[in-house]
Design a protein around this ligand. Structure first.
Ligand code: PLP
Length: 421
């Protein structure tokens, strides 16, 4: 079945009312038929609803539908993209372990891996996403995860997914890829050897900047990689917190199962059923929107490249861009999302341009249907000095745009008048 058809139908069996739209089940808990039924659900002898921190029928549709789009086996929704990333890592690593991460990550993922995980005793080691061969020297028998973004935010690089996953697979290490910016419409990392994908549903999935949420997807057949793998003893040994359950012995996708039974149970970063419903609405039009975002971004990038005031344009859909080949290889039709950035001479010049735009909103978000403009050096990367800004690919004259769904000509006209004002 085609992805657009799955986006409209997967995961939902109409209820007895024949409801066309997926109902929102706003409930905290579910009544058991009797004590035996309750006991069976807790013992996984029977599958069903227990309590909305663990599962919910609306969220279940969101999870099943998203897993289908990504080509995965199962998914688990969370309260934010950051909690999906944290769970993806915490499900594999514990104190004393390390994770190998790309340097080019979303700011929150950088602080999570470099600082917060460190406080939990998990060390982060960084490689340059342009140079996956650096991974080999960083891994050891305590490495539990290799983590990277398929299309990086804000540096706008395209990871060589196969090069990264092949090093990790050689060592039996799990790969976690943040596929937020590319979306499953443009890129399906499991086809290139990745094990787990994570998304901030707050971006293109909702599509209109409506809600915060996240999702973690497990690839088909991950069980074989975990079973008997000494790196992941906690999947192969009895879990004392779940009366001796051995995750690889249960006939259910093990990574999402453990995330649900252990991490959601104990840490509780669960998505609201209402937000799951919003994400389901977003998914229905995701493939139409992301293609249009990408076309608008390409037109805008092409215009910016021709403007004398613009020093450099970063957009993987441009032939001149160093990520062009990877975009052609990993993204359907080479479409590269709505995210682009461009560089002008100075901080002052960048400030003037951002302030002069009328159609773009000055917001630190991406993936909204409305276009967004950001000046990273004065916002998300404010704490860095000039050298640090250059080192992480965010010079002070850099302006980031999330191209929305307005007419491309209006977007070009507005940025043109801002450049020339
Ligand atoms: N991953 C990427 C690539 C992001 O851009 C963001 C947020 O901007 C996140 C993860 C975090 O998502 P959330 O804001 O839903 O926690």
């Amino acid at each position: 079945m085609d992805l657009q058809t799955k986006a409209l139908h997967s995961g939902y069996e109409k209820d007895s009312q024949g409801t066309m739209a997926v109902p929102i089940y706003m409930t905290t808990a579910y009544e058991f038929r009797d004590v035996e039924h309750a006991a069976n659900l807790f013992a996984l002898k029977e599958l069903g609803n227990i309590y909305t921190r663990l599962n919910n029928p609306t969220t279940d549709v969101f999870e099943k539908r998203f897993a289908e789009l990504e080509g995965g086996e199962a998914a688990i929704a969370t309260s934010s993209g950051m909690s999906a990333i944290f769970y993806a890592i915490a499900n594999a690593a514990e104190a004393g372990d390390n994770v190998v991460c790309a340097k080019q990550l979303y700011g929150g993922s950088l602080t999570l891996t470099a600082h917060t995980l460190k406080r939990f005793g998990i060390e982060a080691r960084f490689f340059d996403v342009h140079n996956p061969s650096e991974i080999e020297a960083l891994v050891d028998d305590k490495t539990k995860v290799v983590f990277f973004e398929s299309l990086t935010n804000p540096s706008i690089d395209v990871a060589d997914i196969e090069a990264i996953t092949s090093v990790a697979n050689k060592h039996g290490i799990l790969t976690v890829v943040d596929n937020t910016v590319a979306t499953p419409v443009l890129c399906r990392p499991f086809e290139f050897g990745a094990d787990i994908s994570v998304h901030s549903a707050s971006k293109y999935t909702t599509g209109q900047g409506l809600a915060i949420g996240g999702i973690l997807v497990e690839r088909k057949g991950l069980l074989e990689k975990l079973k008997g793998n000494p790196r992941y003893a906690h999947f192969n040994e009895p879990d004392a917190s779940y009366h001796g359950l051995v995750y690889v012995d249960v006939p259910l996708p093990p990574y999402t199962l453990r995330t649900r039974l252990s991490l959601l149970r104990d840490l509780g970063a669960v998505v609201s059923p209402f937000n799951s419903w919003l994400f389901i609405q977003g998914i229905e039009t995701l493939s139409l929107r992301i293609k249009e975002h990408s076309r608008n971004a390409l037109k805008l990038a092409t215009f910016l490249e021709s403007h004398p005031k613009v020093k450099k344009v970063n957009y993987p859909g441009l032939k001149s861009n160093s990520n062009y080949e990877n975009a052609q290889k990993y993204f359907d039709d080479g479409l590269a999302s709505g995210l682009l950035s461009f560089e002008v001479d100075s901080l002052e010049e960048a400030t003037k341009i951002v302030n002069a735009t009328k159609l773009y909103s000055l917001v630190v978000n991406i993936g909204d249907s409305k276009s967004i403009i950001t000046h990273p050096a004065s916002t998300t990367h404010q704490q860095l000095n000039e050298q640090e800004l250059i080192a992480c690919g965010v010079p002070s004259g850099l302006i980031r745009i999330s191209a929305g769904l307005e007419s491309a000509q209006d977007l070009i006209d507005d940025v043109k008048q801002a450049l020339e004002s």
